[in-house]
Design a binder for this molecule. Structure first.
Ligand SMILES: Cc1cc2nc3c(=O)[nH]c(=O)nc-3n(C[C@H](O)[C@H](O)[C@H](O)COP(=O)(O)OP(=O)(O)OC[C@H]3O[C@@H](n4cnc5c(N)ncnc54)[C@H](O)[C@@H]3O)c2cc1C
Length: 292
């Protein structure tokens, strides 16, 4: 996911306000416990949430469930949003702020789930993976990444690389659970190995439930899949693959949503200002591509 480079602590306005944010968060928690609000993240600053459960989903990723102090509360988030977390890794005096994208149903009462990939030297992700049920994590505030407008596009393409799947999954979930939204979707999910495919059961179930509206194609780059199929391919997300899968760009009824590691995003959208990348070569204008 190229996002860490973009979403710096400085951009979030944190360096001058670390102490203020944390103190205000504490005050807000005390204040909000007297409020009738049903939105855990709806009031801006949030506070500490307890880890209820941690589940290994593969060799480097955990699904962490944090419970709200009031079980009737919902997240209060809208599609597509992340939450800025603050952790104090072992031996660190200053907190490390990192955003994560909830993967649970945003309207589910009582909890929020994060899918966190651990990077070997990653400060926040290593800390999050070390949390045990009952431990707390500080949630600073929500971040709105994109405001989805139902039926704005006839079809959208979602291109994910690795842990970059989380904002795209949140969007897919939001579209498919809205009975009035008829948007069709193709998800192209690039992973290193088959074992790195996250949320596979969820995508398979969506394909069965919405065969005319949701299609997924996985492409595996490191080890090759012996029996490729319409659903499983070998290699990276290439121009040839996208040419086959993406609809024509004519008109304004399609858009691409992208979230992956920097190298993947650069290849697809170009590195510098003048470069258009693979999507540009396929006729997609810059305003037809949204990078999380
Ligand atoms: C809006 C937004 C939403 C996000 N949602 C999620 C999410 O739902 N789940 C999730 O797991 N992550 C998500 N991330 C990424 C997350 O915020 C952290 O950047 C990530 O967990 C790494 O932080 P760290 O402190 O562990 O690593 P750092 O200490 O920052 O980095 C340690 C090492 O890991 C490498 N590294 C760090 N991040 C990446 C990366 N993304 N890709 C490749 N190498 C990397 C660095 O180059 C460095 O070598 C999101 C990021 C943004 C901006």
């Amino acid at each position: 996911m190229a996002l860490p480079a973009r979403m710096t602590i400085k951009q979030a306005g944190i360096p001058t306000a670390i102490v203020g944010v944390v103190a205000a968060g504490g005050l807000y928690v005390a204040y909000s416990s007297f409020q009738p609000s049903k939105k855990a993240f709806g009031g801006g600053l949030t506070g500490s949430l307890k880890l209820q459960n941690a589940e290994d989903v593969n060799h480097n990723t955990k699904r962490l469930r944090f419970s709200f102090p009031r079980p009737e509360d919902e997240t209060g988030l809208t599609y597509v949003s992340s939450v800025l977390t603050a952790s104090w890794p072992k031996g660190s005096i200053t907190p490390v702020f990192r955003p994560y994208t909830p993967v649970s149903n945003l309207d589910a009462p009582g909890f929020v789930d994060l899918l966190v990939k651990k990077y070997p030297e990653g400060k926040a992700s290593t800390h999050l993976h070390s949390l045990q049920p009952g431990d707390s994590l500080f949630f600073a505030f929500p971040i709105k990444a994109y405001t989805w407008e139902p039926n704005r596009y006839e079809h959208i393409t979602l291109i994910a690389g690795g842990a970059g799947i989380t904002p795209l999954y949140q969007l897919i979930q939001g579209i498919l659970k809205n009975p009035t939204d008829r948007t069709k979707m193709t998800l192209v999910f690039g992973v290193n190995t088959e074992n790195d495919i996250l949320l596979r059961d969820e995508f398979e179930s969506y394909q069965k439930q919405f065969p005319d509206r949701f299609k997924v194609v996985y492409t595996v780059s490191s080890n090759s899949i012996e029996k490729t199929s319409t659903e499983f391919r070998n290699g990276r997300v290439t121009k040839e693959l996208l040419k086959e899968l993406l609809p024509s760009t004519s008109g304004n009824d399609t858009k691409v949503f992208l979230c992956g590691p920097p190298a993947m995003e650069d290849a697809l959208t170009g590195k510098g200002r003048g470069e258009s990348g693979i999507l540009g070569e396929l006729g997609y204008r810059k305003d037809q591509v949204f990078k999380f």
